[in-house]
Design a protein. Structure first.
Length: 246
């Protein structure tokens, strides 16, 4: 696994060359109020390759490197992000029934790592994350996953709602975990091609995302406690899926 410093790309030309060479970029930091050819080129690259971009003061850039960064610093990704359709085609082509996870607002990287570990153990093939509002898949997430993030497909999308549309077009149902839902987890049919949406512990699944899901379900609990840890809840759901499928 690469160290944090080894993941830095400093300056415009090294970044352009890295993208041209097919390196996966985690995010690009561009100096606030930057304009001109460099800024336009970086913005165009971000849009074309769906790379998250963050505008930061020059002091932030200088804290990473004192080299001539030209107002641009980027980070190579630890994981290799793949297009959703490519993941679907590969999974179906492999003779497997899609069992995907979608993370909506899960910000704790240790939870993400634990989720990836459980997902791999329970036979899920992919994790779909948004490019904003989710914990970074960094060294800590990789450590928490015990390396699982290197062995499960990861898809980063600009819009979870568009991703759900794409899943629907491919005949994959989308189920969301919601505490107040009527249907119990064990009454949900997870033997068919499906994607499970898990929300962050504070806000849950975003209402607009929940609205376009096929079904909502909850995990029955004996005690009247607020909620389960998201990685624990994900493990329970995926174990039920594995049990039904086997």
């Amino acid at each position: 696994m690469s160290s944090f410093k080894n993941r830095l790309i400093i300056g415009r030309q090294p970044l352009v060359e890295a993208i041209a060479a097919g390196k996966t970029i985690d995010k690009i930091m561009l100096q606030k109020n930057a304009n001109g050819e460099i800024s336009n080129q970086i913005r165009a690259l971000c849009k074309e390759h769906q790379i998250p971009m963050q505008f930061v003061p020059i002091e932030k850039l200088n804290s990473f490197s004192r080299a001539n960064h030209q107002g641009v610093i980027a980070f190579t990704a630890i994981v290799n992000y793949l297009p959703l359709q490519q993941i679907i085609d590969f999974t179906v082509g492999n003779g497997d029934t899609p069992l995907f996870l979608m993370l909506d607002g899960v910000t704790d990287v240790r939870n993400i790592g634990a989720i990836a570990r459980t997902a791999l153990c329970c036979g899920a093939q992919a994790i779909i994350i948004p490019d904003k509002g989710v914990g970074a898949l960094n060294e800590e997430a990789m450590k928490s996953s015990a390396g699982a993030l290197e062995h499960i497909h990861i898809c980063r999308v600009t819009s979870l709602m568009k991703a759900i549309d794409e899943l629907h077009l491919n005949g994959i149902k989308v189920f969301a975990s919601e505490m107040k839902a009527d249907k119990k987890l064990y009454d949900l049919n997870v033997t068919e091609p499906c994607c499970i949406v898990m929300g962050g512990e504070e806000q849950g699944v975003y209402p607009a995302v929940m609205k376009i899901c096929d079904e909502l379900f909850h995990i029955p609990m004996v005690g009247k406690f607020e909620s389960l840890n998201v990685s624990v809840a994900t493990g329970m759901i995926l174990y039920e899926a594995m049990k039904q499928r086997n």
